[in-house]
Write a protein that binds this ligand. Structure first.
Ligand SMILES: [Zn+2]
Length: 378
């Protein structure tokens, strides 16, 4: 039996999450994302936090930074969340309507991560309604481009994190309530090949096939995968050529790199950026960069995790931790050396699919854990 010291109610919490899910917010639709930003900004203000709204750039929505009125600008707790989702507009009304089926609550972004972003805001709202303050000030950064790599919010997150002692990330719980204490780092690259087009019937020998060169490069890239060292290189998209009877003059591939350690991050990025042509008379150009550095479990992260695990035990929750290949904004703060604990949001499953859901009976324990973390972190 789980302990509910704050007499929280799962249906009340779900009613609070509902409007967040009912405003669809795909990363690529800044106007839609900003309608959710409006709602969340209002909730922070009504709760009594100081809110800044940072205008979006480059076809992305706005970001929010909100701070509790206590603690001045001293170091505190940073809560990271994102308001964007991977689901296109319309999914809510077609493939994934918001609905309760037994213990499962379905909806686009309900797990990843509107549920968790709501729980964190609601935790501080709850505390403030009780007239409580916390030992440390709490700052929230809720961005609108996490699902595409946080390019327009990374600097905001890092700048805010410089004032943080602990970082709590409200991505969804994993595999039955696990939190995340390590994530792979990632990079994205584009390999462009320029060959020489020619008529494949009359002038085949004059042509230099960009696709043939790209095929060599793809095999070379894929061979960089080394599971033992935690490195994967995936060529996820490739295209080139114009017609079957033309030796292709252009070809391009998109590459996703993941790695487990900071050393292999630089090493692998260097290898990919340094690719050289294999066949004669073609040119290759590689662009791209590392995006998220690996988030590796160190002593400080272990300490924060053990603290959370003790609090979880008090409310009857087992709180296993896992490492995952997927990145999050927690990678940025962990790479800065800050104790970062991720996947503290709603417990759920099947994020990024039409089966995305959260577990109703885990809302109260998860809400309680966030409140307890805010009350006890020093
Ligand atoms: Zn997420």
């Amino acid at each position: 039996m789980q302990n509910n010291p704050f007499e929280l109610d799962a249906m009340d919490i779900l009613e609070g999450i509902r409007p967040w899910v009912e405003i669809e917010s795909p990363t690529t639709e800044p106007d839609a994302v900003n309608r959710l930003v409006d709602l969340v900004e209002g909730e922070f203000e009504t709760a009594g936090l100081q809110v800044e709204r940072i205008p979006g750039r480059g076809q992305r929505g706005d970001h929010l930074r909100a701070r509790t009125p206590w603690g001045g600008d001293g170091p505190g707790i940073l809560v990271l969340g994102h308001l964007d989702t991977v689901h296109p507009l319309g999914v809510l009304h077609n493939q994934l309507p918001l609905r309760i089926e037994g213990n499962l609550v379905y909806g686009p972004g309900i797990a990843d991560m509107k549920g968790g972003a709501y729980l964190a805001l609601n935790a501080v709202r709850y505390l403030m309604a009780q007239g409580e303050t916390t030992p440390l000030p709490i700052t929230f950064v809720y961005n609108s481009d996490e699902e595409v790599g946080s390019r327009t919010s990374k600097a905001l997150i890092e700048e805010t994190a410089r004032q943080a002692k602990h970082v709590l990330v409200c991505e969804p719980g994993r595999n039955g309530g696990s939190v995340v204490t390590a994530r792979k780092g990632s990079g994205r690259f584009t390999v462009s090949v320029t060959g020489r087009p020619s008529h494949s019937g009359t002038n085949h020998a004059d042509g230099r096939s960009a696709l043939k060169e790209l095929a060599h490069q793809i095999l070379q890239l894929e061979a960089m995968t080394d599971y033992e060292r935690g490195i994967t290189v995936n060529v996820g998209v490739a295209s080139g050529g114009t017609r079957p009877n033309v030796v292709p003059g252009e070809a391009v591939a998109e590459v996703d790199l993941r790695m487990s350690t900071p050393e292999t991050a630089e090493e692998m990025a260097g290898k990919i950026l340094g690719l050289q042509p294999i066949t004669p008379d073609v040119a290759i150009a590689v662009t791209g960069q590392l995006n998220r550095y690996p988030y590796t479990k160190n002593e400080a992260i272990e300490g924060l995790y053990q603290h959370a695990k003790r609090l979880a035990a008090e409310i009857g929750l087992d709180l296993p931790d896992i490492a995952t290949g997927g990145g999050s904004d927690g990678n940025f703060t962990a790479a800065m050396g800050l104790p970062t604990l991720d996947a503290l949001g709603a417990d759920g499953a099947y994020a990024h699919t039409y089966n995305e859901h959260i577990f109703l009976d885990q809302l109260v324990p998860r809400q309680t854990l966030l409140i307890r973390l805010m009350q006890t972190l020093m």
